[in-house]
Design a protein around this ligand. Structure first.
Ligand SMILES: Nc1ncnc2c1ncn2[C@@H]1O[C@H](COP(=O)(O)OP(=O)(O)OP(=O)(O)O)[C@@H](O)[C@H]1O
Length: 245
């Protein structure tokens, strides 16, 4: 743990939907340049947590700072430094890849070029295709490219590679490694142990809205006295990880 100002500081986050407690006193401190994984079973509260970090959902309690900014009150400034790819992309289906790219690039003073973005996610051939005509995996890759348009310093990726074929997945991992080398802070919600082991510096293990542990992947394995991350997950949560793919 360093003493420098965290890139993301979430303190005592709480969120309930009606009677359902989705996030129950979650605190996370994520360092600049860190690739930070959030791992948990379905319904553990991962998406709700990252939505609150991104300022897209209002916590019932607790607070978040992102590069020293309040994601809900400093929206304009946060938009310039944060890229978000959520599980479901809410994009206008009738717009083409090139049109969506143009729209997103227009939000930023110094956006990445369309060519660079399309190459990063392997969609160079799809410029003229409408969003609704893309496959699920291609739609996901486009949403990742759009999250990168403004050269974000912090990137939130909710299930980066779920639904992608092995080639696209490896390509996406290489992209994340490239961004990490550039110093981007990355929050990666994932179900894929291999992905977490390869990419993440530290991982928060969430279960039923609570943080069970925050450790490097090897630290979680050691903590559980397990042989690998899959077994550590089962030992620490008492649950099997539902494969999302
Ligand atoms: N808009 C909502 N209204 C009511 N309940 C919700 C809403 N969003 C999430 N929940 C519930 O809150 C809990 C946490 O959901 P969340 O989506 O944050 O979990 P998750 O860990 O991201 O799950 P998954 O792996 O399935 O995406 C779940 O029980 C879910 O059913």
């Amino acid at each position: 743990m360093t003493t420098e100002e965290p890139a993301i500081h979430a303190e005592h986050l709480h969120k309930r939907y009606g009677d359902k407690i989705a996030v129950d006193d979650v605190s996370l401190r994520i360092d600049p340049g860190e690739v930070f994984g959030i791992l948990g079973t379905n319904g553990a509260g991962k998406t709700t947590t990252v939505e609150m970090i991104a300022g897209l959902r209002k916590p019932d309690g607790g607070r978040v700072t992102l590069l020293g900014l309040d994601p809900r009150h400093d929206r304009g400034k946060v938009r310039q430094v944060l890229g978000v790819q959520l599980q479901q992309a809410y994009l206008h289906g009738a717009l083409t890849v090139a049109e969506l790219m143009g729209l997103y690039r227009s939000f930023y003073p110094d956006p990445r070029s369309s060519g660079e973005l399309l190459e990063l996610v392997g969609l160079e051939e799809k410029r003229g295709v409408r969003f609704e005509k893309l496959s699920g995996g291609q739609q996901q890759r486009l949403s990742i490219a759009l999250a990168l348009a403004g050269r974000p310093r912090v990137l939130i990726l909710d299930e980066l590679t779920t639904g992608l074929d092995p080639r696209a997945r490896r390509q996406m991992w290489a992209t994340i490694e490239h961004l990490r080398d550039e110093g981007v802070t990355i929050v990666l919600v994932s179900h894929a142990m291999e992905e977490v082991e390869r990419l993440c510096d530290r991982v928060a293990l969430l279960d039923a809205g609570r943080v069970l542990a925050v450790e490097p992947p090897a630290g979680l394995v050691a903590l559980a006295g397990a042989q690998n991350l899959d077994d550590a997950f089962v030992a620490l949560t008492g649950k099997q990880l539902e494969e999302a793919e």
